[in-house]
Design a protein around this ligand. Structure first.
Ligand code: PLP
Length: 387
């Protein structure tokens, strides 16, 4: 039995995934495979470090120590062969918050910003809620994978976009963009003087046959025009600790970003976010390797199940992330019918595809970061709802 098979009761912990399903989906007793967190405990070293800090008992103002920045840069080098100087790091309470800060720092109201749909919903929200304009360059489906539309992207750049928000790896499609793809899109951004905000929150969850490339590691020129966001939250299931990092090599951009943070009264992280992040990056690697094996088995199990029981659903096989992007269009249901069947007949909470913007209709997103028995329960409910 794997540690990841352990079933941990998350009720009465104010878990968004388990306890907000009724509020979000309007139905009781739903099986939750929607929001992107995992039903696993983090590595033991993280729990030990948090307990030790808790036992100390004093929780006054705390800065992020050099040992934490050192742990982060060592991790980025070890996992992604990316050399980062600790002075390039700025700390944030989350990646979405950091994207909003960057939008405020690098653009003005009304400015156009490129995104590639279907994509993580807050990309739209952070642009629009900051009174900027979304310019969409939709991804193209080729075979059973998303590809970037370089010609469409160049047309979008010609509309005067000065910022592009990249999802690397891609949520919801699970693509781990290749170095060639990133180089091509990066060079287009350089040609039109467009900054790249590269959200790399899923970059540690990469299946064995693939390799993550940090956008900023592609070339010196691209690194000067890229702001990267990473966090231990997806990798080690620490989203509730609210710690994330913006990595900005270009000193002018870094100053602009930090000035907005200061203006917002944002200084540093909470104590447990700091301690948990450092312990995870320092001591979590072996646990992560085991997690990736477990997720890979979950992914393979789910895809085989779908082929056997729901052959009209096509799963975009993820190269990274613990998210399955299920194309249900061949079933012939509208999005509203899909929603009703899943909730009322299957009692299953999945993310509805239209949330991810143009290209999401007819899809649903399933989170498979759970014990195998939970996965099987969810798949059986999917079968009940849609077969
Ligand atoms: C691409 C992407 N960025 C950011 C986030 C959320 O980051 P945070 O919780 O640090 O704001 C998620 C969560 O699902 C995500 O998928």
């Amino acid at each position: 039995m794997s540690v990841f098979d352990e079933k941990i009761d998350r009720s009465k912990t104010a878990s968004v995934k388990w306890e907000l399903t009724k509020v979000i989906f309007g139905e009781e007793d739903l099986w939750p495979m929607w929001v992107a967190d995992m039903d696993f405990k983090p590595p033991k070293a993280v729990l030990d470090a948090l307990k030790k800090r808790l036992d100390h008992g004093i929780f006054g103002y705390t800065f992020v120590p050099n040992t934490t920045s050192q742990a982060i840069v060592e991790w980025l080098f070890k996992r992604h062969q990316w050399e980062v100087n600790p002075s390039w790091l700025s700390y944030c309470g989350g990646v979405v918050q950091a994207i909003s800060t960057a939008i405020t720092a690098f653009t003005n109201e009304g400015d156009p910003i490129i995104i590639q749909s279907p994509v993580y919903t807050p990309f739209f929200d952070m642009v629009e809620k900051n009174n900027r304009k979304v310019v969409n360059s939709p991804l193209i489906r080729e075979g059973n994978k998303y590809k970037m539309d370089f010609a469409g992207f160049e047309s979008a750049l010609k509309e005067g976009c000065k910022v592009f928000i990249l999802c690397n790896p891609h949520n919801p499609g699970g693509r781990v963009w290749t170095k060639e793809e990133l180089l091509k899109i990066g060079e287009l951004c350089l040609k039109y003087n467009c900054l790249i905000l590269s959200d790399e929150i899923h970059s540690d969850l990469i299946y064995k046959a693939y390799k993550h490339t940090p956008m900023a590691s592609i070339s010196d020129e691209i690194s000067e025009k890229t702001v990267t966001f990473v966090a231990p939250s997806k990798t080690f299931n620490l989203a509730g600790l609210h710690s994330a990092v913006a990595i900005i090599k270009n000193p002018t951009l870094r100053k602009q970003f930090n000035q907005v943070q200061k203006r917002q009264g944002h200084f540093g992280l909470n104590i447990f976010g700091i301690v948990g992040m450092e312990a995870a990056y320092r001591e979590g690697e072996a646990w992560l390797e085991d997690l990736i094996d477990y997720l890979e088995e979950n992914k393979n199990y789910a895809i085989a199940f779908l082929k056997k029981h729901l052959p009209k659903i096509t799963c975009m096989e993820p190269e990274g992330t613990y998210l399955l992007w299920l194309d249900c269009r061949e079933l012939g249901f509208s999005d509203e019918e899909l929603r009703q069947l899943l909730l009322e007949k299957g009692k299953l909470a999945l993310e509805p595809g239209p949330k991810y913007g143009p290209g999401g209709n007819g899809f649903v997103r399933m989170n498979i970061a759970c014990p195998r028995d939970y996965l099987i329960e969810g798949l059986n409910r999917l079968k009940k709802a849609l077969s």
